[in-house]
Design a protein around this ligand. Structure first.
Ligand code: FUB
Length: 323
């Protein structure tokens, strides 16, 4: 499925003279838990799909949606590109995910509820040859299961994967609810390469880790408390130690969860998150992805995000002058 999504509100800004997309950015479906990746001059956005009838019971999530844009304002919908049924070991709950490219392959790490052979939430990985797939379960079994982390009482502690490849090529998988954890990945990206390590120094950790690097600093942002604010920590190494730096984003409107992706695209930095606000029928189980700009301070710390209803302005690569 390929549909061109016109921004809900496309206006000419008097000041900037640029097209602008209002938040939330998609209004035909409910979208949550965004992850994003820049590849070949395009931004690919991978989102969970909230299908709950209303906001009274619980999440209803069966597949993951993909969108792309070359200016952050006009988005093309590529529809669902991965479904819970693509993972034979999973029985439901297509929760947060993140994708990464390595050697021309795209590895998409997902959260799902495992069937009764290994009860609890689990993390799986799908692989494809392009950002749009097609994707297939890379392992035929889950990569992380609840019985691998027995020190936490809840069965949803193994959720929300964030994947990162360091400059030396070593890949890491981060994840967790109530306890943040990471493990090295083997070069094949589908097996752990060493122990599961607990991460220290993240006060009030709840879930939703996103790891990124800017300059020579590593950043680990995460949902804290409940209702969730987003906080962040910095380090000079992907394995820590992490130093907590403060709140990055306040509680999003009309939903207690908060889940972010942070990317750089054409020289600007973006904070992609979900909110229950901005749509009359939105809420805790009917969330919508929104995007605002993110700004670094000269010392590498990040300014508090300002969530806006106006959203971001169009950002196209500037072509160099032909001589
Ligand atoms: O969308 C289901 C769960 O809610 C995610 O896995 C969490 O990060 C929270 O957003």
């Amino acid at each position: 499925m390929r549909t061109l999504i016109k921004p809900m509100f496309l206006a000419l800004s008097v000041l900037a003279g640029a097209a602008q997309a209002a938040n939330p950015i998609f209004t035909d479906v409910f979208t949550a838990d965004p992850a994003a990746m820049v590849h070949n001059g395009k931004v690919y956005l991978y989102a969970g799909h909230d299908e709950a009838k209303d906001n009274t019971k619980f999440f209803e999530m069966h597949d993951w949606l993909v969108y792309s844009s070359d200016d952050m304002v006009n988005w093309e919908s590529h529809g669902p590109r991965l479904h819970i049924k693509d993972f034979k070991w999973a029985k439901g709950d297509a929760w947060a995910s993140q994708i990464i490219e390595k050697n021309g392959k795209f590895y998409w790490y997902i959260t799902a509820r495992h069937n009764d052979t290994k009860p609890g939430f689990a993390i799986g990985v799908a692989v494809g040859d392009s950002p749009l797939g097609p994707f297939k379960d890379a392992l035929g079994k889950a990569l992380i299961t609840n019985d691998m982390t027995t020190d936490t009482p809840n069965d949803w502690d193994d959720i929300d994967p964030s994947v990162f490849i360091d400059n030396n090529g070593q890949a890491y998988l981060f994840w967790g609810n109530s306890k943040p954890r990471y493990a090295k990945l083997k070069p094949n990206m589908i097996e752990l390469d060493g122990p599961i390590v607990d991460i220290k120094g993240l006060p009030e950790f709840t879930e939703a880790i996103w790891v990124h690097k800017y300059g020579d600093n590593y950043y680990l942002s995460y949902a804290m408390g409940f209702p969730e604010k987003l906080g962040y920590a910095m380090s000079k190494s992907i394995t820590g130690p992490w130093e907590y730096k403060g709140i990055l984003n306040e509680v999003a409107g009309n939903t207690p969860t908060n889940h972010q992706a942070i990317i750089e695209f054409n020289g600007k930095h973006y904070f992609i998150y979900h909110t229950g606000a901005g749509r009359p029928d939105g809420g805790q189980y009917r969330r919508s992805v929104a995007i605002d700009e993110l700004f670094y301070n000269p010392d590498g710390t990040i300014k508090r995000i300002v969530m806006t209803s106006e959203g971001v302005t169009a950002n196209k690569a500037v072509k160099p002058l032909q001589k």
